[in-house]
Design a protein around this ligand. Sequence first.
Ligand SMILES: CC(C)(COP(=O)(O)OP(=O)(O)OC[C@H]1O[C@@H](n2cnc3c(N)ncnc32)[C@H](O)[C@@H]1OP(=O)(O)O)[C@@H](O)C(=O)NCCC(=O)NCCS
Length: 169
Amino acid sequence: MSVAVRAARRADAEAIRAIYNAEVEGFNTFDLTPRTLDDQVGWIDAHSGGHPAVVAEAPGGATGAEPTVVGFGSLSPFRERPGYATTVEVSVYAHEAHRNRGVGRALLGELVGLARGYGYHCIIARVVGSNAPSIALHERCGFEQVGVEREVGRKYGRWLDVVELQLML
Ligand SMILES: CC(C)(COP(=O)(O)OP(=O)(O)OC[C@H]1O[C@@H](n2cnc3c(N)ncnc32)[C@H](O)[C@@H]1OP(=O)(O)O)[C@@H](O)C(=O)NCCC(=O)NCCS
């Protein structure tokens, strides 16, 4: 599938929120409550500068419909303390109905390019240990596993490991 990746706008909030909230019900994010539209708009505003958010759009097709947002991703601060400012944390989500068609790779590729352009030194991805597709995506894009935080998360009665992957820029 051909997808175009562009900067996220406030108007994308509902589409991003729908993709994200589907994951809140599972184990791929540590959030326990769905995001409201206000939460999502605030998130987009907070990701409009040096820590950007992007969306992937699929073309509207022969009917001439508007392109559809099929995924999103972001760069966020890795840690709050200023000594970590040269590192960013990446996050990528593809709509469930559009997986395994290159959306995740397109988003991650764009975010790696942005991080390089902004002069960051490295990117960290923190992925739940059971999330094989995300670990595979990051490894296919050049990230290396650098550690496992064992049972640092707990959700729906299960302990969750976090696998840390890193890309030096
Ligand atoms: C992880 C996720 C973003 C991958 O997105 P995607 O659009 O399905 O991935 P792509 O089609 O771009 O695949 C990228 C690469 O990962 C590999 N990959 C993707 N899913 C895989 C799977 N289930 N098993 C093995 N490899 C997989 C592909 O083979 C591909 O490699 P290639 O391009 O060299 O062939 C998607 O599964 C997702 O949104 N999951 C739920 C949200 C989530 O977990 N986000 C990450 C939070 S840390």
